[in-house]
Ligand binder design. Structure first.
Ligand code: SF4
Length: 242
């Protein structure tokens, strides 16, 4: 899916973030996602723009005006969501202008995209932060009928466009060990790539989400075991969020 338009539906802008890629970055959260993860911490960004959603539509020029205010203090921008790649045409135009300011452009993605359709976006994006949600049972986690495309990850790795791969560790839903093994095999040769292992948590989630998640939080010991597993396969750069 690629939603073309002259404006970008923006749910929120965080002027300064340091968890969305290297350095201080301005993060733009788009409205609309192609998944519906049970542990999503931005559930209000999932619905595509419609009468029920509240977002602000920005043109490229309007977003640039916002970014220019922060430009002296940031390394670049990261577009997150929701799912940024849904708006690839708009982002190509935006990124070309942002680069003229000497800033880098990152995309935070769930990895579920048709890469031929976003090839222009891939070309102008400096780095991707890339989710691998699991190797099995993805329908239970994402509530969509999808499979993870390791092809997309491989392709971006080969272009040196991956800064970070992320897996939310949740028990009972996915084969966590199998997922970490598979991701580790793919990234171990890319020494600069960070593998972020995130222990699922339910603070701030809706009642239904809490019900679905609360008994599936891995213990801290389990998280350390998972970190050791990734290390044993050869991943050098692991960040474990407990
Ligand atoms: S991919 Fe991200 S934004 Fe979309 S539903 Fe899942 S966690 Fe939420």
């Amino acid at each position: 899916m690629d939603i073309n338009g002259n404006t970008l539906p923006v749910k929120d802008i965080i002027p300064f973030a340091n968890v969305d890629g290297s350095g201080n970055r301005t993060t733009i959260f788009v409205q609309g996602c192609n998944l519906n993860c049970i542990y999503c911490h931005n559930p209000e960004t999932i619905k595509l723009p419609c009468e029920e959603t509240e977002e602000t539509k920005y043109t490229v020029e309007q977003l640039l005006d916002v970014i220019k205010q922060y430009a002296p203090y940031i390394r670049g921008i990261t577009v997150s969501g929701g799912e940024a790649t849904l708006y690839s045409s708009f982002l190509v135009d935006l990124f070309k202008e942002v680069k003229k300011l000497g800033l880098t452009c990152y995309v935070d993605t769930n990895g579920i995209f048709n890469r031929q359709k976003i090839i222009n976006l891939i070309q102008v994006t400096d780095k991707f932060l890339f989710d691998i949600k699991g190797i099995n049972n993805l329908e239970r986690v994402t509530r969509k009928s999808i499979e993870h495309s390791f092809d997309n990850l491989e392709y971006l790795l080969s272009l040196n466009k991956i800064e970070e791969v992320r897996t939310v560790c949740i028990e009972d839903y996915i084969d966590i060990e199998g997922t970490i093994r598979e991701v580790s095999k793919h990234i171990k040769e890319y020494r600069d790539v960070i593998y972020k292992l995130i222990r699922v948590h339910y603070r701030g989630l809706t009642k239904d989400q809490i019900k679905a998640v609360k008994d599936s939080v891995p213990s801290k010991e389990k998280m350390m075991e998972l970190e050791r597993l990734a290390k044993s396969i050869g991943v050098k750069n692991i960040v474990t969020i407990l």
